[in-house]
Write a protein that binds this ligand. Structure first.
Ligand code: PBG
Length: 331
């Protein structure tokens, strides 16, 4: 028995619901959520993603309804990912900077319909556009070449900003890309376009269903370990974040989420910058598989995981559960 007992009883404040509510240290709200959405060509098309039960790719007209739903639910931002038709993929990824490519048409359609009622974030990386599924351009040895990729990422970013993107989110992990993109945005008059860098993005086994959703999985030869972080490392993640902040990132992301809560906490403790987490496709699919196997209730499992991100110090969370969670939080 400790010396403080019974003076100190930690169960005292837990005894009633009102008291648990009063003493709750962290909160979750729809305003903490960013909803990733997959877009496809076509009209009135909904294509369920086989490996992500409950998640679909939408043609622009139907995706607009999802964005309307997000606004109604109080979700402040959506993140867009294109499934580029095979004939528009190439080794040099030129589709990424064509002004009326799928993603830019989507951004403009959202702007036309909803103005600035919601934030629009665009991923920057070449994997939706390359024939080989890598995030960058390959040199003659098949190595993802850093510096020529930077030029491509800058063109892609400027293209998305011109279409009306509010947040440019480089997910490619090339060295120097945040600085290059920031400088180009300033020069092009996009001073208020934010950069949320995927600063600590790991070479993870949890991205499988996403690659299926954007159609890059089957093409990908090898892995992304020459550019994404080694899951064994945390000091290196802090160096990545420090560089991205110095280069002008407005906020940073840790990805995947749940297996990297320590990285989120370290980042919060070391840097005065908003930290976001991406609860990635494999994390979502594992919950769904668990629910189907009777491990627990979806609502309880999802809300506990999302709260863990807040507790770890996140400003917000990218999650395919955004509308599901927002509906629960809004009652
Ligand atoms: C592409 C990108 C990936 C994700 C977001 N942007 C996949 C990858 O790096 O291979 C993963 C998201 C998810 O798994 O939900 N650069």
């Amino acid at each position: 028995m400790s010396a403080q007992f019974p003076t100190t009883r930690l169960r005292r404040t837990r005894a009633a619901a009102w008291s648990r509510s009063l003493h709750r240290e962290n909160t979750l709200s729809p305003a903490d959520l960013i909803w990733p959405l997959f877009v496809i060509e076509g009209q009135s098309e909904e294509q369920p993603v086989g490996s992500l039960p409950g998640v679909s790719r939408w043609s622009i007209d139907l995706l607009l309804d999802r964005v309307g739903e997000a606004i109604e639910l109080g979700i402040p931002c959506v993140s867009l990912f294109p499934n580029t038709p095979a004939d528009k993929r190439s080794d040099d990824a030129v589709e990424a900077w064509i002004p009326d490519n799928l993603i830019c048409r989507t951004v403009r359609a959202i702007r036309d319909r909803y103005g600035d009622a919601i934030g629009v974030m665009c991923d920057v990386a070449l994997d939706p556009y390359t024939s080989h599924g890598h995030d960058g351009l390959l040199d003659e040895n098949g190595y993802v070449a850093n510096d020529i990729t930077l030029d491509a990422l800058v063109k892609q970013s400027l293209n998305q900003a011109a279409a009306g993107a509010d947040i440019i989110a480089p997910s490619d992990m090339m060295d120097g890309r945040v600085g290059a993109i920031r400088a180009a945005l300033e020069q092009a008059g996009h001073a208020n376009v934010q950069i949320m860098s995927y600063a600590a993005k790991y070479a993870s086994a949890f991205y499988g269903p996403f690659r299926d959703a954007v159609g890059s999985g089957d093409r990908l030869k090898g892995d992304k370990r020459t550019y994404q972080l080694d899951p064994a490392n945390s000091d290196e993640a802090m160096r990545e974040i420090a560089l991205d902040v110095a280069e002008g990132a407005d906020s940073v992301m840790v990805k995947p989420g749940l297996a990297y809560l320590d990285i989120i906490r370290m980042a919060r403790d070391r840097f005065d910058v908003p930290v976001f987490a991406y609860q990635v496709s494999g994390e979502y699919a594992l919950v769904e598989a668990g629910v189907a196997a009777g491990v627990g209730e979806r609502e309880a499992l999802v809300m506990e995981k999302l709260m863990a991100f807040k507790r770890a110090g996140c400003a917000g969370i990218l999650t395919y559960y955004a509308p599901f969670a927002a509906r629960i939080l809004n009652v």
